[in-house]
Design a binder for this molecule. Structure first.
Ligand SMILES: [Zn+2]
Length: 262
């Protein structure tokens, strides 16, 4: 989980929200009508979300875009942070929608990190289901601090609350949403590779590794598990990113006040 930028503003649902279809009925009905009746709006929403999240799942940070910078078919879904089954207005609230992986729910998706064939493996929004963020103690990604991170990665690939971080979700929530075998194994393998790369660098020169792992690609999308790289590359990575990609670190960018937007 990394902090979510507040830009670009999500505007794709604005016009539909003011229509009869967008402001009557239950949340699921409003959402279903938006997808069915405003295809251009829905397509624009996907572009806005993938841009704002640098192509990563809002929770596990699996990369959801392909090399051509299009969303990987079947690999993503729009997540309602507060379930759309609650207050109807939540369904089309621009600050309540996030881009999320399919959480291991699609068995036909045999691409790295998504392959769900070793159940139980459901993660992210799929594991969250209809629980509310309040019940889970889950902070909205846009309210997370820039630094230090609220969660850390152990050498075994598990996600744990950072010491002293009161904003971190309870460990039970981290375990339920992020510590599933599929993701633990992917992170552990990545950590092993990265440590090996660092061990082999001459005189601790981390520049090449930092450029290859932390920098966005030419489409401005980040690598899967970006925060794992960020943790391992530590102060060097932080300093390099601050100098070259400060926008991604969101230095000087205030968190979005999710309660101030209707
Ligand atoms: Zn995910």
């Amino acid at each position: 989980m990394r902090r979510l930028a507040s830009h670009p503003r999500i505007t794709a649902m604005d016009s539909f929200r003011t229509t009869v279809g967008g402001n009557t009925g239950t949340g699921p009905e409003r959402w279903r009508r938006f997808r069915a009746e405003d295809r251009a709006g829905y397509d624009r929403l996907l572009v806005e979300l993938k841009t704002r999240q640098y192509g990563l799942c809002c929770y596990c940070e699996i990369r959801l875009v392909q090399t051509a910078h299009e969303l990987q078919p079947l690999a993503y879904q729009v997540e309602h942070f507060v379930p759309k089954s609650g207050e109807p207005e939540n369904a089309l609230d621009p600050d309540n929608v996030l881009l999320c992986c399919t959480g291991g729910a699609r068995r036909e998706l045999a691409v790295p990190h998504h392959d769900p064939r070793s159940h139980p493996n459901e993660s992210c929004g799929q594991a969250k289901r209809e629980s509310t963020p309040t019940n889970l103690g889950l902070p909205h990604p846009s309210t997370l601090p820039i630094a230090p991170p609220i969660v850390l990665f152990t050498s075994e690939g598990r996600v744990v609350a950072a010491p002293g971080q009161v904003a971190a979700p309870p460990q039970a929530t981290l375990d339920r949403m992020l510590n599933v075998p599929r993701l633990i194994e992917a992170r552990r393998s990545l950590l092993d590779i990265l440590r090996d790369e660092i061990d082999r660098t001459v005189d601790g020169d981390l520049l090449t590794i930092t450029e290859a792992r932390l920098a966005p690609d030419e489409g401005q999308f980040l690598h899967s598990f970006w925060s794992v790289y960020r943790q391992v590359l530590g102060a060097f990575g932080e300093s390099w990113m601050g100098a070259h990609h400060a926008r991604i670190l969101q230095v000087g960018v205030a968190p979005l006040d999710v309660n101030a937007v209707s």
